[in-house]
Write a protein that binds this ligand. Structure first.
Ligand code: IMP
Ligand code: MG
Length: 184
């Protein structure tokens, strides 16, 4: 397996233009749903960083950012099943409207864990925004995203913040990882 695959060799699933149009729609919807209220955007490091950066600029609300980090897939494309908190919130969320911003809702194990952990801090409300949703991979069926950029089949994707072994996050489009490199 090559150590690095140029983006030009990976098929585009959603172009940068399609992503920004969809993020603008999500921003309008969230701005309307929370009109007159403030929100805390809680990004899940590192995959959600580019999505949060764009989404934050697409919402017209009084808002703050915070970030959490959890243990992830490590080097490969499969989840280990066990989620561990690596970085907690910096600011209290009690009584606040929390929007958890995640790159992909896949098995649901990560967001199931985070939702439970954040709910213990008694936010006023908690909703999930996922750039991508892969419903066919769900293990924890109690987890749903309230706002979804795109619903996709069971493909392993990279770009727009999403990685394979920490690479490819900077690709502006969302692209399909070739299957022979370990993607689904
Ligand atoms: P879950 O706990 O299985 O829902 O895991 C979600 C996390 O797995 C996401 O935040 C991603 O970091 C990672 N992940 C799942 N599918 C993909 C993919 O296709 N490309 C890159 N990362 C993925
Ligand atoms: Mg992630």
């Amino acid at each position: 397996m090559p150590d690095f695959i140029p983006a030009s060799k990976m098929q585009v699933l959603y172009s940068a233009g399609q992503i920004s149009a969809r993020v603008a729609e999500l921003g309008r919807q969230i701005s309307a749903d929370y009109v007159g209220q403030s929100v805390v955007l809680v990004g899940v490091l590192k995959g959600a960083t580019l999505f949060l950066a764009d989404l934050a600029r697409a919402i017209e609300l009084d808002n703050t950012f915070d970030f959490v980090a959890v243990s992830s897939y490590g080097k490969g494309t499969r989840t280990s099943g066990a989620v561990r908190l690596i970085k907690d919130l910096d600011l209290p969320i009690e009584g606040k409207n929390v929007l958890v911003v995640e790159d992909i809702l896949d098995t649901g194990v990560t967001l199931g864990y985070l939702r439970k952990m954040l709910m213990q801090q008694k936010p006023r409300s908690l909703r999930i925004v996922a750039c991508l949703d892969k419903p066919s991979r769900r293990i924890d069926n109690s987890v749903q995203a309230d706002y979804v950029g795109f619903t996709i089949p069971n493909h392993f994707v990279v770009g727009y913040g999403m990685d394979y072994a920490e690479k490819y996050r900077n690709i502006p489009d969302i692209r399909l990882m070739p299957p022979e490199t370990g993607g689904d």
